[in-house]
Structure formats: C-alpha cells, structure tokens
Ligand binder design. Structure first.
Ligand code: PMV
Length: 379
C-alpha cells in the first residue's frame, strides 16, 4: 500500500533580525528540529488529517472533499498559485475558521495545497496524513514553514510532480516545493519574506536580504541549545516597536542597524573561516558576536526580562546566548563549543529547565526537506 514519509526542518535567525526589515542582511539556518509527515493510503472512503501536536484530528468523506474542490479554483501542481478570494472564503466556510486561529489555518493550508496539487476536479483517493513535529508553535522557530514545506513535498510526490526517490531531488524539484510552501506561508502569515520556507526547503545556512535572491552560504555546523521562554510575542508588534524607536531617534538607531549589518558579515566570515583558522579563535569571535548582537537588539527595544534571565543563566554557566527572531519573548539560542564537556552542558540545561524554560540541545545547518524510506514519526 502507498506509504511514505517526508520531513523538513525549522529555522533560527543567527544574526540580523530586525535590521533585515531595513534592507540589511540576515543569517538564518536550518535547525535539527523537524516536522515529519507520513502519508499512507486509507481503506474505505474516509480521508484523515491528524496533527496531534495542535490537537487536530479530522476525518472527511472523500466525496465531501470532491464536492468542495469542485467549487473552488482549479489547480495545476506544476504552477504554484495563490488562492483567489472566493476559494479562500469557501475553504474558511468549510472549516468554520476563526480569524487567525492556527489550527484553522493549518487545515485550510492542507485543503488548499491538496486541491491544487492533486487536482480539484475528479475523484480523490482516501488517504491518512499524520503530522508530527519537534517544533513549538508560534515561538519563531519556523514551525509553519516546516509544515508547509513537508506538506508541499508530500503532495507533490503523490501527484508525481517530484520523484519518490530518497535524497535525489534536483534544484528544480526543490524550487517547486519551495514555491508551493511559500503560497502556504502566505495564507498563514499574509506577507512573509520567504526566508523561513527557503531555509526549510534547502537546509543549511542562508544569507538573506530583502528583495534579493537567497544566497546559500557554506558554514560550519554548530551545536546549540534552543531555549523557549514561553513568553508569547507578536512579530508584527515588535517590528512596529523598532520602527517607532527608529523614527524617534534616527541618529542613534540608524548607526545601530549599520553596525548589525557589519556583525552579520563578520559572523559569516568567521563561520566560513573554520577550515583555515584556529577553531578556538573562531568560537571566541562567535561568542563575542552573540553578546554584542544581544545588546544591539536590546538597544532596539526588543529584549525581554525572560530573555535577560536566560542570558544570565548562560553567563553563570560560561555560555553565550542571544534572542532569535522577533524577541520580546519567544526563543533564544546558546552556542555550545565542541570542547564544552557533557557535564557542563548538562548543568546548563538543568539550570535553564529549573528556571521554568524549555530547552533542546540540537545542531544547526542540517539537511532541508527530505524523503525518508521509512521513519518513525516525531511525537
Ligand atoms: O519571529 P520570527 O522568528 O519569524 O522572526 C522575525 C524576524 C524579524 O526580522 C523581526 C521580522 C522579519 O520579517 O524579518
């Protein structure tokens, strides 16, 4: 019976968040925390979509989906397109969606991509689609992009638009996955930059500048601890806050943005220079850049007491930490040097978790979207 699994990574912004809004470069990288989608044929006439991590467990009659899809725009899997207004409102009506509700958006994105990639006319196969994820939702780690990318890939394989051969996707096939995932991200976020889905599709390190093609960058894979402050934040509000500060103190804030650009260039140079330099010196520089960037972000006004607390806990344990993404809560990352003993890392994680934060020890710069022979789902 038809059965396969695809996974895609989340992301962190290493440096350059907020400055990127003003045309400066940002350095983003894939995370070894992934979303996994397992697709299999389902006996009978029921179509199942499960996302246990956000409590979605849907079962539809295949004939109901066929009827729904016959009333929305006709799709073509090889030509990524945005939903027209009527299609979006029909899907919202079908799912009883509430504005901005993450669960509803996940279902709408599923129905939209399924209808467009598999075809919105004719008979559909009953399927079982189960989504597992290591990524927290809404914490700035790219969970929606990892979902959009793995979903696009699973459906494109099913439609025969990309090949079902592990580790063999061409740049062109990945481009198709990325473009469909971007359409999904637009449904979820309105006007995203596209950096999250690109990192999740291609993996590795990416230098991103608004309005320019993404530049894949070579760089050493690093170990990090990701820390979730559990403080909810709105990226939109934090971006507005920086704008207010920039408008109020342009002579003070503009040079800070220039300085953040220089920091991104230095960080990238350092990450690319590992082969020809002393690794200890490179790690010393990366740690200092983390401290400097964290202070710069505080100057922009996007810090938070919880993030300061996390940085302090790291400092007490001789590690370096900065916020990642919008700030104001959300997540931070801690750089783990390869010479840090297991005991020392354990002590750090213990102190972070005892303070009520959640943490993951993981690596960055891993592979992008991947088709697996057979693989157990993440929880
Ligand atoms: O909240 P995140 O992780 O999606 O990151 C937002 C990054 C910003 O630079 C603050 C905003 C943006 O659009 O780039």
């Amino acid at each position: 019976m038809l059965s396969f699994t695809v996974s895609a990574p989340g992301k962190i912004i290493l440096h350059g968040e907020h400055a990127v809004v003003y045309g400066k470069p940002a350095l983003a990288t894939s995370l070894n925390l992934r979303t996994t989608i397992h697709l299999s044929g389902n006996d009978g006439s029921i179509f199942i979509l499960c996302l246990p991590s956000i409590d979605i467990n849907k079962a539809w009659e295949v004939t109901d989906l066929e009827l729904l899809y016959s009333t929305i725009q006709e799709g073509n899997g090889s030509i990524p397109s945005s939903p027209d207004t009527a299609t979006l409102s029909r899907l919202r009506q079908f799912t009883d969606a509430e504005d901005g509700n993450a669960k509803d958006l996940a279902i709408i994105v599923f129905l939209y991509l399924h209808s467009q990639i598999i075809g919105s006319r004719g008979s559909l196969a009953a399927l079982r689609v189960v989504v597992g994820s290591d990524l927290p939702v809404g914490a700035g780690l790219g969970s929606s992009a990892a979902y959009s990318v793995s979903l696009a890939a699973v459906l494109l394989v099913l439609a025969g638009q990309i090949r079902q051969i592990p580790n063999s996707w061409t740049r062109e096939e990945l481009g198709l996955v990325n473009s469909w995932a971007f359409e999904a991200e637009r449904i979820i976020h309105g006007n995203p930059s596209g950096v999250d889905n690109a990192v999740s599709t291609y993996g590795g390190l990416i230098l991103y500048r608004k309005g320019e093609a993404l530049k894949p960058a070579r760089g050493n894979s690093l170990q990090v601890v990701i820390v979730n402050s559990h403080v909810p934040r709105s990226t939109k509000r934090l971006v507005e806050k920086v704008k207010e500060r920039l408008d109020k103190y342009p002579e003070i804030i503009r040079p800070m943005l220039e300085s953040m650009e220089a920091l991104v260039v230095k960080a990238l140079d350092t990450m690319q220079g590992f082969e020809n330099s002393d690794a200890n010196v490179c790690y010393d520089i990366l740690e200092e850049l983390i401290d400097i960037n964290q202070s710069q972000l505080n100057v922009l006004g996007v810090g938070h007491l919880s993030l300061e607390h996390i940085c302090l806990l790291c400092q007490q344990n001789d590690f370096h930490c900065k916020l990642t993404g919008a700030g104001g809560g959300g997540c931070a990352f801690v750089l783990i040097r390869p010479d840090a003993s297991k005991e020392k890392v354990k002590t750090l994680i213990k102190s972070i978790e005892e303070a009520g934060y959640m943490s993951w020890l993981t690596s960055i710069g891993g592979s992008g979207v991947t088709l697996h022979e057979s693989m157990p789902l993440s929880s």
